[in-house]
Design a protein around this ligand. Structure first.
Ligand SMILES: [Zn+2]
Ligand SMILES: [Zn+2]
Length: 397
């Protein structure tokens, strides 16, 4: 028999109610919603339908998904759909990726002011890339890029950083030429790092001055302007970590990378090793020790606490497009880029909403309709299953 895939959802189903009791006072509504979405995802609680194999008669329930963006189970379809949309936007250039990290002193403030500080991070990163690229000393072009926020490190602790994926070149100021980056070199990271630091601290100070930041418990002392200034002072002297990884050369590689990074959640199910005896063990990569793969074991309570650190503010956009890829101008500007790069315009045929099972098969090559028992028949819906809160949570892989 196949070993059942361990799931984050199972940890919440086993230890979620104890956690709710223990931390009733500090759980936000958003965190409670994510907990219950994960616990109910693809269980009888959400309802679904009963399927039967048209060849051997095998029956199985197919329960609905929670579709929450924090759910490790619900990412593959969202990711596949999103990648399909991006495919038409790829340009025949190398693609660079640049990562901007907020220092630890900022992470603590960010945790208590997620929406505000995340927005400032996006703004500072976008303005940094645009400004340095537009500078004739560097590239002298309008670039386009997408930025993804990750708030976690490998140990699931809070560590906000932004991944940027940037085609290697841009439009000349008069829009008449494509200006390419030098091969294997995008923009000087030290220059990026310094401007990012300056802009971020400037925007953070403005947010403080206009009363948009809040401080609780261990940070309460930062409410005083003097203490806040003192907290930030050393950050003006340190180097902020910005690094550029080697570029990708083909569209395939770019899509692959985007697929891995854009729809990630704090921890994916396949990193889980063991969830018994009230403890959770999982793989992690230790970047400080030559990227060695290690095992981390946490009490279930601590695992849940860390997972919930990464719940996003309601409606917060964690993938954003800028420059010639910004939504408002994307169509016209991308067409211009393609023209200047000498590639035709690929018209994107928009199909009507297909059944999610067909879509899943088309995008992943895996069928959700095959019978898992005889492997030759197809599963056909024979009855609807209404949502039921009384049924025990059945776990369907
Ligand atoms: Zn789900
Ligand atoms: Zn069958």
């Amino acid at each position: 028999m196949e070993r059942l895939q361990l799931e984050v959802a199972e940890i919440f189903r086993r230890h979620g109610s104890a956690y709710r009791q223990q931390h009733a006072g500090s759980l936000s509504r958003g965190q409670r919603r994510v907990m219950s979405a994960l616990e109910r995802c693809r269980t009888a609680a959400l309802g679904g339908h009963l399927e039967e194999c048209d060849s051997c008669g095998h029956q199985r329930p197919a329960y609905n998904s929670c579709r929450d963006r924090h759910c490790p189970k619900c990412q593959s379809l969202a990711r596949a759909q999103w990648l399909e949309d991006r495919q038409a936007e790829l340009l025949p250039t190398p693609y660079f990726h640049v990562v901007f990290t907020a220092p630890g002193q900022i992470a603590a403030i960010a945790y208590q002011n997620k929406a505000e500080v995340y927005s400032i991070l996006f703004r500072a990163v976008a303005e940094t890339l645009r400004t340095i690229a537009a500078d004739p000393k560097h590239l002298g072009a309008e670039i386009g890029f997408l930025v993804v926020l990750h708030s976690w490190g490998q140990n699931l602790l809070f560590h906000p950083h932004l991944y940027c994926v940037v085609p290697g070149g841009g439009l000349s100021p008069d829009g008449q030429r494509w200006i390419a980056c030098r091969p294997a070199f995008f923009l000087p990271v030290r220059v990026l790092s310094h401007l990012f630091r300056r802009l971020f601290l400037e925007y953070l100070q403005t947010a403080f001055d206009t009363g948009k930041l809040q401080f609780f418990s261990s940070l309460e002392r930062l409410r005083a302007p003097g203490a806040f200034a003192q907290h930030l002072a050393p950050l003006r002297q340190t180097e902020w970590v910005v690094y550029a990884k080697p570029p990708f050369w083909g569209p395939e590689q770019v899509l692959n990378y985007l697929g891995r990074y854009t729809h990630r959640v704090a921890i994916s199910n396949h990193r889980l090793l063991d969830i018994d005896n009230g403890r959770v063990s999982f793989h992690w990569k230790d970047y400080r020790d030559h990227d060695r793969q290690k095992t981390m074991t946490l009490e279930a309570d601590e695992f849940i606490r860390r997972f919930l650190l990464h719940v996003l503010p309601d409606g917060f956009q964690r993938i954003r497009h800028y420059g010639f890829l910004a939504h408002r101008y994307r169509q016209a500007k991308l067409a211009r880029c393609r023209q200047l790069l000498g590639v035709g315009i690929t018209p994107v045929a928009r199909e009507d909403k297909p059944d999610y099972r067909d879509l899943y098969e088309k995008l992943t090559g895996k069928s959700l309709r095959d019978c898992s028992l005889c492997h030759c028949g197809h599963m056909v819906t024979i009855a609807a299953l209404p949502p039921s809160d009384r049924a025990p949570p059945l776990n369907t892989p």
